[in-house]
Design a protein around this ligand. Structure first.
Ligand SMILES: NC(=O)C1=CN([C@@H]2O[C@H](COP(=O)(O)OP(=O)(O)OC[C@H]3O[C@@H](n4cnc5c(N)ncnc54)[C@H](O)[C@@H]3O)[C@@H](O)[C@H]2O)C=CC1
Ligand SMILES: O=C(CO)COP(=O)(O)O
Length: 330
């Protein structure tokens, strides 16, 4: 049995708490950033703003008190939006003990620093670290729909114990020692999912969507490899797997943002409509482009996505520009 603190009571943190409770055998505590949400969750058992329609099992404790949440936790599973991971870890750093394992399920890259979540954590504390990623819409994880994800850590005995801790009849866990590849796969697929949404919003058709997904995996693989990840990792769950899910699944918030951009809505009004839900790709696009420039990697889809998001480039013109690039070898 492990004591697991889940930090972040958004859709995914709540879904993982439900999944771990369903597995059984753990002592679980879910930390909500907002006191109001913690109280609402405690009173009703339902996460109405972020994951309506599911009941949090009664044995999952809910709190808004961060030190209490992590007290004596073996595993601290961070599921905050990636831009809030630094403040969360900074807050708990003084009271962390050395053996507490920090996991991150956040799929993003930090603004300005362009750091991956393992690097953000590593810049503050030296605890053992693992990343959780892969194709797993919160709603379906909460439902108990069969899903497979990957846990990445460089420590093989930790990988095995986390695999045991998270495996359940509905959640299959693979391990991988390529933390860089797994983290970048999870973060960069969001940028391509935005673009896939644009394609859909513009009614460009299935051929365009397939081309975008295929060329999308090519460019995110180029960047991940330049950053030290393995090509093979990007062909796995946290690469093609998550890319296919978010570029085609109607539950993807990143894809939905892209659809609305394609339909001509402004980014500002789309963000207001998200009501506090995070679409990580919107901010990771800037970081992805920053990394691409740092490593001299060509990322045409990401460049066009940046222009749509931040330079008011009309989506149709962006797609035309992708099509009119000079011919290439595959
Ligand atoms: N929703 C999904 O299906 C999946 C989400 N993820 C990842 O999980 C992470 C969290 O996403 P969701 O659970 O979907 O979030 P969400 O969009 O459902 O909710 C946003 C969450 O952010 C919290 N928050 C706001 N300000 C905060 C702060 N200053 N500090 C800490 N938390 C704060 C809110 O309280 C809320 O819990 C993201 O990185 C996302 O990419 C990963 C896999 C699946
Ligand atoms: O990462 C996800 C599923 O694996 C969720 O994607 P969205 O954030 O686009 O909804």
């Amino acid at each position: 049995m492990s004591r697991i603190a889940i930090l972040g009571a958004g859709a995914y943190g709540t879904a993982l708490a439900i999944s771990l409770a369903r597995r059984g055998g753990h002592d679980l505590c879910l930390w909500a950033h907002s006191q109001k949400l913690a109280e609402y969750l405690t009173d009703t058992g339902e996460n109405l703003p972020y994951l309506p329609g599911f009941t949090l099992p009664a044995d999952v404790k809910v709190t808004n008190d961060l030190p209490a949440a992590i007290f004596e936790a073996d595993i601290i599973l961070c599921v905050t939006p990636s831009q809030h991971l630094r403040e969360t870890i900074t807050h708990i750093a003084p009271i962390l003990t050395r053996n507490q394992v920090i996991m991150s399920a956040s799929k993003g890259i930090e603004d300005n620093s362009f750091l991956r979540m393992s690097q953000v954590v590593g810049s503050i504390v030296k605890n053992p670290f693992a990343a959780l990623s892969g194709p797993s819409f919160a709603h379906e994880v909460a439902q108990g729909a069969p899903s497979a994800v990957v846990i990445a850590t460089t420590e093989s005995s930790l990988a095995q114990s986390l695999q045991r801790d998270f495996t359940s009849p509905s959640l299959r866990i693979y391990t991988n020692d390529d933390v860089t590849g797994v983290e970048l796969g999870g973060a960069l697929k969001n940028v391509i999912a935005l673009a896939a949404g644009v394609v859909h919003g513009l009614h460009l058709g299935n051929n365009s969507a397939a081309a975008l997904i295929t060329r999308g995996i090519a460019e995110i693989t180029r960047l991940a490899v330049a950053c030290g990840g393995r090509r093979q990792t990007l062909a796995g769950l946290s690469g093609i797997g998550d890319l296919v899910l978010t570029c085609t699944g109607s539950r993807s918030r990143n894809r939905t943002v892209g659809i609305e951009l394609g339909q001509g809505r402004s980014l500002t009004s789309i963000m207001v409509g998200l009501n506090g839900q995070v679409a990580e790709g919107v901010r990771s696009t800037t970081a992805a482009l920053g990394l691409a420039k740092r490593y001299g990697v060509e990322m045409p889809i990401t460049e066009q996505m940046y222009a749509i998001l931040y330079e008011e480039k009309p989506p149709r013109e962006a797609m035309n520009d992708l099509m009119s690039r000079p011919g290439r070898e595959e």
